[in-house]
Design a protein around this ligand. Structure first.
Ligand code: HEC
Ligand code: HEC
Ligand SMILES: [Cu+2]
Length: 410
């Protein structure tokens, strides 16, 4: 038997049914024999023992040998199944699951994080298990896997999802007041959908990447984002607008769709915007296909949306704060809809009056909220346990992003 070829369900289920079957057989066999003996040798029928049995070799051999074989068989199948659970197939995809009070964070090879575990159907997944605080346990009943996450120690499980679907994940180690809320799901999706999800970025990241490329390639030296004319036309509203160009000396009016944008970047000389000098360098051999795509996406987007929204210092910060809150597990203890969890809801907290343990009240301004993050034990909200962990790893910039996110929850 090659244990590595099994899925975890196939490794566990037969052993389970084997042991359950033998136990059931024993239960019914022994109970039936007992009832039969009670009836057959009842006192009214046999008041006195009539014979004295000294021993029976054959019987003794049977009840030593048969149970020994049964127990060894249970051990053998159990051990083989256990090896299958511990031998990760070589082509397994790695994901890191971090448990903390009271939520899960999943990190993929490319650095992407999520609060649900996305996996491709049919591909083995190795889940590295870490804990940042106390003992938790990663439990997915559908795949028959359960393993402790231990602070300071790395553990692992693996599984294959054969069918697309959503499978429950629980924490199976009592870890404090929020334990019962420590649930999420494995989302098994077709491989192509998974790849798309994995490489996909949040809108905020995309916007940031697009902008970053524009400044890296010096586009912003000749193009403004705010509508003002510089060496070249402004990018403001560029996606989808009508533009008049000179192509080989003839004037043409066309819509600046993605194909037009691509051509303008790769071979700007072929269509020159009317009223501008043909000085834009060609980028045909200088940027990669992905970068070109990111730039075009960005330019098309700032055409459709409000430019202030698409070049969003503020919005992307809020989204960064929200992503951090999810990643750091704030949402395991705080709701954003006004409901009480382990800690107070973060909805409407910004700017509100807070009652503290000891009777003082404070206004939740940036200073207070910053202290709440930096030294959570110093001021404790009244009626709540002093359970909030400190986050010494947060940079000042990240704290600012979280504060802006909190402000947006008003
Ligand atoms: C040296 C200055 C300069 C640089 C650097 C530059 N451009 Fe241009 N760009 C221009 C000029 C001038 C025009 C208008 C004439 C033309 O169409 O060639 C233009 C036109 C365009 C157009 C068509 C604009 C419209 O209104 O239809 C796009 C799109 C564009 N540039 C994108 C970019 C991108 C993206 C980059 C960076 C990868 C870049 N440009 C770098 C000067 C520049
Ligand atoms: C383990 C659970 C837990 C986690 C994780 C957690 N908190 Fe808290 N938090 C609490 C509890 C409990 C309180 C109330 C007691 C106190 O003030 O210390 C609290 C208080 C707060 C307060 C002050 C609330 C008030 O009413 O004045 C803020 C703001 C806050 N948390 C934000 C966050 C942010 C942001 C994160 C993520 C970086 C986070 N918390 C992570 C449990 C948690
Ligand atoms: Cu837990």
């Amino acid at each position: 038997m090659n244990p590595a070829l099994l899925t975890t369900q196939e490794a566990v289920d037969p052993v389970f049914w084997f042991i359950l079957g033998i136990s059931a057989l024993m239960l019914f066999g022994i109970t039936a024999a007992m009832i039969w003996f009670v009836y057959r040798y009842r006192r009214s029928r046999c008041p006195e023992p009539e014979s004295q049995v000294e021993g029976n070799m054959i019987l003794e051999v049977i009840w030593i040998v048969v149970p020994t074989i049964i127990v060894l068989a249970m051990f053998y199948f159990g051990w083989a199944g256990y090896l299958a659970l511990r031998n990760v197939p070589e082509d397994a995809m790695e994901v890191t699951a971090t448990a903390r009070m009271w939520s899960w964070d999943f990190e993929y090879a490319n650095g992407k994080h999520s609060d649900r575990l996305y996996v491709p159907v049919g591909k083995p997944v190795k889940v590295k298990l870490l804990s940042t605080d106390v003992l938790h346990a990663f439990f997915v009943p559908a795949f028959r896997i359960k393993r402790d996450t231990v602070p300071g120690m790395e553990n692992y499980v693996w599984f294959v999802a054969r069918e697309p679907g959503s499978y429950d994940i629980f924490c199976a180690e009592y870890c404090g007041v929020g334990h019962a809320d420590m649930t999420t799901t494995v989302e098994a999706v077709p491989v192509s959908e998974f790849e798309e999800w994995l490489s996909g970025m949040e809108a905020a990241e995309q916007t940031e990447q697009g902008r970053e490329l524009l400044s890296r390639y010096g586009c912003l030296g000749c193009h403004s984002l705010d509508g003002s004319k510089s060496v070249g036309p402004s990018f403001k509203g560029i996606g989808g607008r009508q533009v008049t160009v000179l192509e080989n000396g003839t004037e043409k009016t066309l819509a600046s769709d993605e194909a037009y944008l691509e051509k303008s970047i790769l071979e700007p000389g072929s269509q020159v915007v009317k009223g501008y000098p043909p000085v834009m360098p060609a980028y045909a051999d200088r940027i990669s296909v992905e970068e070109l795509k990111a730039i075009i996406d960005y330019l098309s987007r700032i055409g459709k949306e409000q430019p202030e929204k698409a070049v969003p210092k503020k919005v992307s910060r809020v989204e960064q704060g929200q992503a951090l809150a999810r990643q750091l597990g704030c949402l395991g203890c705080h709701s954003v809809d006004g409901s009480r969890k382990v800690g107070p809801s973060l909805k409407g907290i910004y700017g509100s009056e807070r009652l503290l343990e000891g009777g003082a009240t404070v206004t939740a301004n940036d200073d207070y909220l910053r202290r709440a993050l930096r030294q959570p034990g110093a001021e404790v909200a009244k009626g709540y346990p002093p359970m909030m962990p400190p986050y010494p790893q947060l940079t000042e910039e990240q704290v600012e992003a979280i504060l802006e996110w909190l402000e947006s929850l008003r």
